[in-house]
Design a protein around this ligand. Structure first.
Ligand SMILES: [Zn+2]
Ligand SMILES: [Zn+2]
Length: 217
């Protein structure tokens, strides 16, 4: 076995298969609400806060090799919008299916592999130990897969103004007249020549003058 510590049946993410038994085809449904473990989600992006309720619905199915676990986890995830940094919440639904093998199924079924291969494979495989299995790695993977890598507060969030940091979604028409210092200088010049009647920055720019000509043709 690769695990260092024995599974503890008091751990909320450890499930007991004794009641299910080993007769292939036997099924059992289990529901449990647990406190989210630490760092459940995409660190620094979005995740389920530690201690928040996570509703688990599992179906255990006994097969020859072990127990096939199919399930759903539901929780509220919290993070912030990658565009405007506004806090956001989303209802997370993570589905998973995983095989937990009986440790002895290994010896029966397959020829002994090279020790190196064996070690590699054992890292990926999950086992039932003393009739118990640990859902935690399965839950962690499922939650990460179900969460958005780039969460946004709403579709089409406009992000923040690069000038002043205001949230553009709150004020889509938001703009600054002086976009950069050169434009500011030009605007100042235009303003001093005639008093602001014409629309900003058009008259003194050869390129926009040419564009205007083109439009007239
Ligand atoms: Zn946003
Ligand atoms: Zn701004």
């Amino acid at each position: 076995m690769t695990s260092n510590a024995r599974l503890d049946h008091r751990d909320p993410l450890v499930f007991d298969t004794h009641e299910l038994g080993r007769r292939p085809g036997a099924q059992q449904r289990l529901s449990r609400t647990i406190d989210a473990p630490k760092d459940l989600g995409l660190q620094g992006v979005i995740g389920v806060p530690e201690g928040a309720p996570v509703e688990l619905d599992l179906r255990l199915e006994s097969v020859m090799e072990g127990v096939l676990v199919t399930g759903t986890a539901r929780a509220q995830a919290e993070g912030e919008c990658v565009r405007c940094l506004e806090p956001l919440e989303l209802a997370l639904v993570a589905e998973f299916q995983e095989m937990f093998s009986y440790p002895d199924a290994d010896d029966r079924g397959r020829p002994k592999a090279e020790p190196v291969d064996d070690a590699e494979e054992d890292e990926d495989r999950l086992f039932i130990e003393d009739g118990l299995f640990d859902l935690e790695p399965v839950l962690r993977d499922a939650v990460v897969l179900a969460l958005p890598m780039q969460p946004v507060c709403q579709d089409g969030c406009l992000g923040l103004c690069s000038e002043c940091g205001e949230r553009l979604t709150d004020d889509p028409d938001h703009h600054h007249d002086a976009v950069d210092i050169r434009w500011a200088a030009l605007q100042g010049l235009a303003g001093s020549l005639e008093d602001g009647e014409k629309d900003k920055m058009s008259g003194d720019e050869p390129r926009s003058a040419r564009a205007a000509e083109k439009q007239e043709k």
